[in-house]
Design a protein around this ligand. Structure first.
Ligand SMILES: Nc1ncnc2c1ncn2[C@@H]1O[C@H](COP(=O)(O)OP(=O)(O)OP(=O)(O)O)[C@@H](O)[C@H]1O
Ligand SMILES: [Mg+2]
Length: 252
């Protein structure tokens, strides 16, 4: 994996899951709408030849805060390119399609600061997500120490037995579940209007926004996550010894 803190200080967020329909585009467009509302305009890179994220941008009312929609397949998606093209953007959100090879995944995530894996907690999706996480750790040399991978449980209704199994599995791998998004028509309604749920009437989205903001706050900690992990590792390694100060000094 490349350096988490890329030299351009742009936050590259990759959303992936080889399982179709897990909520990648929903998460990508909602994050884009949230960051656009907060400003400055983020980049939304649509790597799906189907172009669903870009179609969502096309539907977006001209009065809403803008988003830079970029065709993502067939191009170099490294942070260097975006820093030159969109120097003012703080976030680069990458919406990957279901069908991607391990090589393509590596090309997208090697310089990503955050990786989100939306998972629908059905037995079959959970099984495939667990296998995918194991493959990701094995084949892409994803460094768990950098803490840049999180799960988003999407379309949750109730905590099933298989969902509890997934959580135990992820806990054993030290991979956090950033939030649980409900199965809610508000995501479908917002998508149809080219909006994110944060742009819908507040009374309709209060509960959903509470969870959504947990994802944003996990993402916003992207610079400090790696350092926090380093400090925690040092504390564990040197429990009881006076060697924490030099690592803690890195913060300043
Ligand atoms: N939390 C949710 N509540 C209700 N509907 C949802 C939710 N998340 C996603 N959906 C709906 O599920 C369908 C699939 O979602 P989405 O397109 O985001 O998945 P995807 O992972 O991008 O799919 P693909 O693999 O085909 O790219 C869409 O119709 C979307 O509106
Ligand atoms: Mg999609």
């Amino acid at each position: 994996m490349g350096d988490t803190a890329n030299p351009h200080q742009q936050h590259k967020i990759v959303i992936l899951n080889p399982k179709g329909g897990s909520g990648k585009t929903t998460l990508a467009t909602n994050l884009a709408s949230y960051f656009a509302t907060r400003g400055p305009p983020p980049v939304l890179l649509d790597c799906d030849p189907g172009g669903y994220s870009l179609r969502w941008i096309d539907k977006r009312p001209a009065s809403r805060p803008p988003i830079h929609g970029v065709v993502g397949y067939d191009r170099n998606t490294s942070c260097d390119n975006f820093a030159a093209e969109y120097p003012e953007a703080k976030e680069i959100i990458v919406d990957l399609p279901a069908a991607v090879s391990s090589e393509e995944i590596y090309d997208h995530i090697y310089d990503a600061s955050s990786i989100l894996l939306p998972v629908v907690p059905s037995e079959i999706d959970i099984f495939s997500a667990a296998r995918f996480v194991a493959e990701l750790l094995l084949f892409t040399q994803l460094d768990r120490g950098k803490r840049n991978l999180a799960i988003v449980a999407n379309r949750t209704r109730q905590r099933t037995k298989s969902y509890n199994m997934l959580t135990r599995f992820l806990t054993s791998l030290k991979i956090p579940v950033a939030a649980h998004l409900r199965d809610s028509q508000v995501f479908v309604q917002a998508a149809a209007l080219g909006l994110g749920i944060c742009e819908m009437p507040p009374y309709k989205v209060r509960k959903d926004m509470e969870q959504f903001e947990l994802i944003v706050s996990w993402l916003d900690r992207w610079c400090s996550r790696e350092l926090d992990a380093l400090i925690a590792e040092e504390i564990k390694r040197n429990a009881g010894r006076e060697v924490i100060a030099p690592v803690a000094a890195l913060r300043h």
